[in-house]
Design a protein around this ligand. Structure first.
Ligand code: HEM
Length: 608
């Protein structure tokens, strides 16, 4: 194997590698990669996706930048154009986003659960774990001088805390190649992300081969699993210090040992981890019946390939159009116009995730509900639970049939409306017992000022060709009363933060999401499809699907997934991201189309 520098993607000399060992920086700064074989399928560690740049595609490699970062030195966040401090993050948040709840009339809660699960496939949770568990003192006496701390100041006239003595929200800087000693501080900060940048369910299967191997049974292509109270679960972590710390013993003990332990983090990642894990075994078991002559290796990798392809089919063709608009996505080339193959692979486009995509996704916090409503299988309301209190608490799912009721709620309860408001739990508590106070939306703004995301108007120019010089020029994008609020906050229109712009912007036409969110998501998805050599819709790739197999993958749906692996789901509406009702009635699972795995029947098994 060869050692690569994770930041530059260059091969390391033995001396350079020894230097990393001496400085204890091998984990974050280097990648060990086996020689590429162009005929090999998708590697677990993401390497060799681009044959010219073997390490790009692995974890801990730099992201793409849609626009160059604006960088004022390591200890400071971006300054205003007149060299002053930008308005306080908490002030910006409380001014621009109202606090409250308004249920959407069309979209179900499942949409946000799947959003966060798919985000976690290409991003990381370690920056959050950092201030929740490793470095919790930023609001204490000792934390004030810690250069890693970027705690959020609560202004004296805060609408919630002006009557309390709370003046600080805990927060740490994001991990960068620079802060971890991988790259010179001459360069602007580059965030370190642990997932592989392709959508490959790396948080299920692992992002390193050795980690992935520990998840397998090596029998019949199955992932390890446990059965408890008649339910199938991913395997348990032996010691879960640092992960499911909010489990309430003695009853709540479950904590999952999966590709990325931080999938135990929040409810959405947790639910989909359970479902996609079971789904792998569901596929492998069926393949083993269809092809009795297949060994473990072939069953495992085929089931993984199908599981990834079905996840992407649901994500691109079923989930994304709801926020971004189907017609729009078709026009942009994110969606294929036909059911057959498409091949837009371009070796010159690198498999990377843009800094801006990961950042814009956080806008979704504004449509996240704070409570999960729980229903029985007949649709009778049972109770609710606060989602913030389920952070790092996988155990809750496994007691009192909670996962059954939460699953039913996921496709019955509306998600939060797209309406410039944020749920009070997301805005004030956020993370349950691990942080007494947290404003996730203010953190979104604050943390990313330290990564140098360019101002909002620069993205309007990039996305829509608009030159915005005055607040009045913003009328093209933002309603006048919200421009008034921006004027109260920012001295100059060019100072407006990207997230602040997204919070108040009008949605894209024929879609529901803010226009700039739309633009930066499309920019990423186009790159994803063009840069992933193993993209499931391609004909010309190692182990490509046959056309009949691809046509089966096209039938994947969220409703079918829940029928196959959801707890006690026997009926569901066909379009599970949309609220059940006329034209989308809840129907028996027997009526929901399935992917027919007979398309993978191997004639060789019969002749044997
Ligand atoms: C109740 C549900 C949720 C909770 C409690 C939650 C909590 C958090 C927290 C605490 C952070 C870190 C903020 C920081 O940097 O300090 C975060 C980041 C993030 N969240 Fe959420 N979130 C939730 C739902 C969602 C949803 C629905 C999405 C959908 C896309 C999402 C996407 C993200 C992304 C993309 C990041 C940044 C991750 C990264 O850059 O690696 N979250 N979330």
């Amino acid at each position: 194997s060869t050692m690569y520098d994770a930041y530059s993607g260059n091969v390391l000399t033995p001396e350079q590698y020894k230097g990393h060992i001496k400085r204890n920086t091998t984990f974050w700064c280097t990648n060990e990669i086996e020689p590429c074989n162009p005929h090999e399928g998708r590697r677990v560690d993401g390497s060799c996706n681009n044959l010219q740049h073997p390490s790009v595609g692995a974890s801990h490699t730099p992201g793409y930048h849609v626009l160059p970062v604006v960088f004022d030195g390591y200890n400071d966040s971006r300054k205003s154009c007149r060299g002053k401090e930008l308005p306080l993050s908490r002030k910006v948040r409380t001014t621009l986003l109202l606090e409250g709840r308004l249920p959407d009339q069309q979209i179900t809660h499942l949409l946000t659960y799947f959003s966060v699960f798919m985000s976690a496939d290409v991003l990381s949770f370690h920056d959050t774990i950092n201030y929740m568990i490793w470095n919790t003192h930023c609001c204490d006496e000792g934390g004030r001088d810690d250069p890693e701390c970027i705690s959020i100041k609560i202004p004296d006239d805060d609408p919630v805390h002006r009557f309390s003595s709370e003046r600080c929200l805990n927060l740490t800087k994001p991990f960068t190649f620079q802060s971890n000693g991988c790259a010179s501080t001459k360069y602007s900060p580059e965030r370190i992300v642990t997932s592989t940048p392709a959508f490959d369910l790396s948080h299920i299967y692992g992002n390193k081969l050795d980690n992935s191997l520990t998840k397998r049974t090596f029998k019949n292509g199955l992932l390890k699993y446990e059965i408890a109270d008649g339910r199938i679960w991913p395997p348990s972590l032996e010691h879960y210090q640092g992960i499911c710390i909010a489990n309430e013993p003695p009853h709540e003990t479950r904590c999952h040992d999966v590709g990325d332990d931080s999938n135990n983090g929040i409810l959405g990642t947790n639910l989909f981890t359970v479902w996609m894990w079971r789904h792998h075994n569901h596929i492998a078991t069926e393949l083993a019946t269809i092809n009795p002559c297949w060994g473990d290796e072939q069953l495992f990798y085929t089931a993984r390939e199908i599981n990834i392809a079905m996840a992407m089919q649901m994500f691109l063709y079923e989930h994304q159009p709801i926020l971004l608009g189907e017609e729009n996505l078709m026009k942009e080339g994110v969606l294929s116009p036909s059911h057959g193959y498409r091949d837009v692979y371009n070796e010159d486009v690198l498999p990377q995730v843009s800094l801006e995509y990961g950042f814009s996704l956080r806008w979704t916090h504004t449509i996240q509900e704070g409570i999960a409503k729980m229903y029985d299988t007949n649709g009778n309301y049972i109770k609710y639970t606060r989602i913030a209190n389920l952070t790092l608490r996988t155990g809750y799912l496994a007691v009192d049939d909670n996962i059954d009721y939460i699953t039913q709620g996921a496709f019955r309860q509306p998600t939060g409306n797209v309406d410039h408001a944020v749920d009070p739990d997301i805005a004030e508590t956020g993370l349950g017992i691990t942080q007494r106070l947290s404003d996730i939306t203010a953190s979104d703004l604050q943390k990313n000022r330290f990564l140098g995301i360019a101002p909002y108007v620069d993205y309007r120019r990039y996305c829509f060709g608009e030159v915005i010089r005055t607040f009045d020029d913003l009328l093209r994008a933002i309603d006048p009363e919200r421009i008034e609020l921006l004027k109260e906050l920012y001295d100059d229109v060019t100072d407006i933060d990207l997230m602040a712009g997204m919070w108040v912007e009008r949605p894209i036409s024929r879609g529901r999401a803010p226009a700039t969110f739309y633009c930066l998501t499309v920019e990423q998805l186009v790159r994803t499809v063009a840069s992933d050599r193993h993209w499931y819709e391609r004909h010309n790739r190692p182990n490509a699907f046959t056309i009949n197999q691809l046509l089966e993958i096209r039938k994947a749906s969220m409703a079918r997934l829940l029928c196959d692996v959801g707890d006690k789901v026997t009926s569901i509406q066909p379009r599970a991201f949309l609220i059940p009702g006329p034209g989308n009635e809840i129907a028996s699972c027997e009526k929901i189309p399935s992917v027919n795995l007979n398309a993978w029947r191997d004639k060789r098994c019969r002749s044997q």
